[in-house]
Write a protein that binds this ligand. Structure first.
Ligand SMILES: O=C(O)CCC(=O)C(=O)O
Ligand SMILES: [Fe+2]
Length: 355
């Protein structure tokens, strides 16, 4: 059963203000995004982002081994791209299966054949699991390389590895070690961030490109004495200069929706603007994402909880409010070279959402 604002009559977004008096005038609910996954219990955690499969009887390891695995994984990719992030409870999936799933999500939703799992530039710091897995740890490494204590929590908002010429489509994080309380993760919707802008501002942003820079990882590697990985999952992701230029508004090829594609973690400069103008626009967009809590979802992890997100059209940030060990493993898949299709539609346009 699915409990979703888009699927259930009483929660249909068009009806929020008028449900009791105007049932008869409601537009039909848009199609479900679940496809073959509708056989499992799921619920949407907020209107704009986040769907959860709360029952641990739903195991991704079983889905991977099922006779219609490809159909279910393709539907999962669609669901993740539509809802931004999808959560699973108490997963027994192995690391090898997690990597396979990350690769298949993109493969079955049309990524280029040359796009494999990402090898993080500083993954040499965790050689024991394989270069295509990132350990996400409170002790150090990838998740801590850019972290500065005593800055605002909102400084942490990012999408993964956007400094790559071929950045990520999907990422899967499974948490195996958690503090008793704290260490939540938040995600925000890039689709809804775009949809909240005025038509004039949308059009302005659609003409721009931005530089994304991950060279702080190079500094971190130097400081800790390990080399930079210079071949990173795609023939285009090579070398040790971790910068790329991408469109500011990007089309997600799975949904066809427009999304804002700049993030506080990596985006440094809008190419077509003066430095002052660029700072001003980027500051506005970063605040737009971090200050609109009505297109964010906050997730409290449970033991062996797992999240899958679409890095093309969401942002995320961890919550640094604990001091025990917190650890998980992440697999990041590479997608397509980011593009903007001027004929693509926004999520609100396509789904007829008007709340
Ligand atoms: O620690 C977290 O909750 C998220 C870390 C992160 O940014 C990631 O896994 O990509
Ligand atoms: Fe991340």
């Amino acid at each position: 059963m699915s409990i979703s604002p888009y699927h259930s009559r009483s929660n249909h977004p068009r009806c929020f203000n008028s449900f009791h008096t105007q049932l008869d005038t409601m537009a039909p609910a848009p199609e479900s995004f679940l496809g073959s996954l509708s056989q499992y219990e799921s619920l949407d955690l907020t209107t704009h982002i986040g769907t959860s499969f709360p029952n641990s009887s739903v195991q991704l390891s079983t889905i991977l081994g099922s006779s219609n695995a490809d159909e279910q994984i393709k539907d999962l990719a669609t669901l993740v791209s539509q809802r931004g992030v999808v959560f699973f409870t108490k997963q027994n999936i192995s690391l090898e299966q997690q990597k396979k799933l990350a690769d298949k999500l993109g493969e079955l939703s049309g990524k280029p054949k040359t796009s494999k799992l990402h090898i993080h530039p500083i993954s040499e710091s965790t050689p024991e699991l394989g270069a295509d897995v990132s350990v996400i740890s409170s002790k150090g490494g990838i998740a801590r390389a850019g972290y500065v204590r005593n800055t605002r929590a909102s400084a942490g908002w990012h999408a993964d590895i956007t400094f790559e010429r071929i950045p990520s489509d999907y990422a899967i994080l499974k948490m195996h070690t958690l503090p008793k309380v704290g260490g939540d993760t938040l995600w925000a919707s890039g689709y809804e961030a775009y949809d909240r802008l005025s038509p004039a501002y949308k059009k302005f942003l659609e003409s721009l490109t931005a530089v994304h820079d991950g060279n702080f990882f190079v500094d971190y590697a130097k400081e800790h004495g390990f080399p930079i990985q210079d071949i990173r999952g795609s023939p285009e992701n090579t070398g040790s200069n971790l910068t790329a230029t991408h469109p500011v508004i990007r089309t997600n090829p799975v949904t066809g929706f427009k999304t804002i594609f700049v993030n506080k973690g990596f985006t440094k400069r809008i190419v077509e603007l003066t430095p002052d103008e660029s700072d001003n626009v980027l500051d506005y967009l970063f605040r737009h994402v971090s200050e609109n809590h009505d297109f964010q979802v906050r997730y409290r992890w449970g033991q062996d909880g797992l999240a899958i997100w679409d890095n093309r059209s969401t942002y995320h940030t961890a919550t640094n409010d604990y001091d025990e060990l917190r650890q998980g493993n992440r697999a990041v898949s590479l997608g397509e070279k980011p593009f903007f299709d001027p004929k693509s539609r926004s999520r609100r346009e396509a789904l007829g959402i008007d709340i």
